[in-house]
Design a binder for this molecule. Sequence first.
Ligand SMILES: [Fe+2]
Ligand SMILES: [Fe+2]
Length: 169
Amino acid sequence: MLSKELTQALNEQVGHELSAHNHYLAVAVYFAKRSLDGWADFFFRQAEEERGHAMKIVRFLLDNDVAPYIPEAKEARPQYADAAAAVESAVKAEQTVTAQFEAIMAIAQKENDYRALPLLQWFLNEQIEEEATASKLLDIVKSGINLFQAQDYLPAPHAAGEAEAGAEA
Ligand SMILES: [Fe+2]
Ligand SMILES: [Fe+2]
């Protein structure tokens, strides 16, 4: 049985993932509005992946006899000074989420919760990939390359993570 503290932390993380979904939708809209459809597609897909993360935690809680509440997701507006600022917001957001998972992992570790630890390790691995991908995107934008041409160099969509995100924990 999951502890109260761990249950609460995981349930809050559902909200952070839903907020990440909104955030990426806003970044996608920023690019779509400028006809940068390759960039937009990348972030629309990323948004879907964040929703998948929220669902993965919801399913895990259900499987562990918890009926999670659905937290309010933060509003996100596609207002960025430029493309670099939009992508930088993604890098920062991923770093924040990594820290959130590390904090939840510390709770699970302290409680010797062998149910939650594999799930949390999966998320941490996912975060390492997502941080790396977001940093690559930022390097591309900062290189000064034309953003339309840069669409040929966008990192491959995160297909493996997406498939796994929909799977049972
Ligand atoms: Fe996520
Ligand atoms: Fe993410």
